[in-house]
Design a protein around this ligand. Structure first.
Ligand SMILES: [Zn+2]
Ligand SMILES: [Zn+2]
Length: 172
């Protein structure tokens, strides 16, 4: 959906929309949409600055970086952005960090769908985990620990392990 800056009503514009994106647009490898993307966005113009505030909701299948199993990742994230007109996008190599983070719109238009996609990609965890304490793949037998196929001593509270602990204590 293209937002035409000069046609934005003074009181702002509320857009509630459902998007169907294709999964390859996601930066995260192996990520797949399980649901359409629901968004509520409020767009308001103040002078030449455009304020965008909204929420994105969807569910995506991600791959756990420890056990390599896919899991459902719910996204319910908000964003609050300010876009400046292109005239202010001066090509200055010495931009400080604050300056470099600024967003601009071009041709008096904004592509809402693209902005939603960018925000979606920001919502991903850097290291996706199926659960915070995922034990991953056992280095001894190569099985996924949570699937229960691994019976290695190191991954279980095994009575044998206790004996081993006592043994090593005795040795000291
Ligand atoms: Zn995992
Ligand atoms: Zn194992």
């Amino acid at each position: 959906m293209l937002i035409e800056i000069d046609r934005l009503p003074q009181e702002g514009l509320k857009v509630s929309k459902k998007y169907e994106f294709i999964s390859v647009e996601l930066l995260e490898e192996d990520a797949e949409f399980l649901n359409p993307v629901h968004t509520d966005v409020f767009i308001k113009k103040s002078g030449d600055e455009i304020f965008l505030k909204g929420v994105i909701k969807t569910c995506i299948s991600l791959t756990c970086c420890r056990c390599l199993c896919s899991f459902d990742f719910k996204i319910d994230s908000g964003f609050d952005l300010v876009y400046l007109p292109e005239e202010l996008d001066i090509n200055n190599e010495q931009l400080d960090e604050e300056e470099a983070k600024k967003l601009f719109y071009y041709g008096r238009k904004m592509d809402l769908k693209r902005i939603i996609m960018e925000q979606l990609n920001f919502a991903f965890p850097v290291r996706p985990l199926c659960s915070p304490d995922c034990q991953g793949i056992c280095p001894v037998c190569g099985n996924i620990v949570k699937e229960g196929k691994c019976s290695c001593v190191a991954n279980k509270t095994d009575p044998r392990l206790d004996k081993f602990k006592i043994f090593s204590r005795d040795k000291r």
